[in-house]
Design a protein. Structure first.
Length: 162
């Protein structure tokens, strides 16, 4: 059996996971120059990408949950993003004890450049649209929910408009 067919024994899932990790690393490497040019670290770029400019602003706690990290780590990351003029933190309108995060105009622009670098240069961009759709369906079937990628506002943090 050739390399394209892959392993046929218990090592198949191991091989698939290695492929996913390798593709993620290759995607990150492609954007590394831009990340450096923007004076960001991988962690800062990842946090910035997770902030949806079209969605309601998330709380610090929601960002911590999205990044799967401790709230103190999010404080560290948001301090750095705020120093660079990419985000603003302010009290949530419904609970002043919570802080919400909004992208600044510059933050929206930098995020758009990051998304462009990570997606256009991705090894996955070499796949045909049909292959991309098939891979999307397979990853969704495996539990990769793209709606969980960007940080969502907590229901209590931002009032809903009538």
């Amino acid at each position: 059996m050739g390399d394209v067919d892959g392993p046929s024994d218990d090592s198949l899932i191991h091989a698939v996971v290695k492929q996913v990790v390798t593709l993620a690393a290759a995607t990150g490497e492609h954007a590394a120059d831009l990340v450096k040019e923007l004076d960001l670290t991988e962690a800062l770029a990842g946090a910035l990408w997770r902030l949806d400019p079209d969605g309601p602003p998330p709380s610090m706690r929601a960002l911590a949950a999205t990044l799967n990290c401790d709230p103190s780590t999010v404080t560290f990351l948001t301090d750095r993003l705020e120093q660079r003029g990419l985000i603003q933190r302010r009290p949530a309108p419904t609970d002043r004890r919570q802080k919400i995060i909004t992208l600044t105009r510059r933050g929206v622009e930098v995020r758009a450049r990051l998304v462009q670098a990570f997606t256009v240069g991705s090894p996955l961009a070499r796949l045909s649209p049909d292959d991309q759709q098939h891979l999307y369906a397979l990853l969704a079937k495996a539990g990769a929910d793209p709606s969980q990628f960007t940080c969502r506002a907590a229901a209590s943090a931002v009032p809903r408009e009538p």
